[in-house]
Write a protein that binds this ligand. Structure first.
Ligand code: AMP
Length: 117
């Protein structure tokens, strides 16, 4: 899998070609606000490397995924929703509702999410 896909909208954000409201960035992870928020806090946390879906992860990426969760946790804490709670979601492929095929973690908070299903 190539590190960057020129046709990928999130790779365009990572490269700075497409604007975003970026809240966090390091060498391997970026987080920005979702353009169509489903909750008062709706941030996407993603690897800078172009990994299309969870199905494409290798064992060597386990640490990266763990660091993405820690970034999500810290963003939730910074937004003041850690105590009341928030939801972390990763959609996978069609039935999972994935629209953008660059792996990303949704961080949703600031309202009650209710039960899934
Ligand atoms: P998913 O359904 O998990 O693939 O979610 C893709 C998310 O990306 C949706 O919530 C979109 O609103 C969001 N999105 C699409 N384009 C952009 C963009 N240019 N900047 C920020 N978020 C975006």
């Amino acid at each position: 899998m190539p590190d960057h896909d020129p046709d990928c909208i999130f790779c365009g954000i990572i490269a700075g070609r497409i604007p975003s409201d970026t809240l966090y960035e390091d060498d391997e992870i970026i987080a920005f606000r979702d353009i169509s928020p489903a909750a008062p806090l709706h941030v996407l946390v993603l690897p800078k490397a172009h990994i299309a879906t969870v199905n494409d992860l290798g064992a060597e990426e386990a640490g990266l995924i763990g660091r993405m969760v820690l970034v999500a946790r810290d963003l939730a804490a910074g937004a003041g929703v850690a105590r009341d709670g928030y939801r972390l979601v990763v959609n996978v492929n069609r039935d999972g509702g994935q629209i953008v095929f660059h792996l990303h973690l949704h961080v949703l908070g600031g309202r009650s999410m209710g039960a899934i299903g």
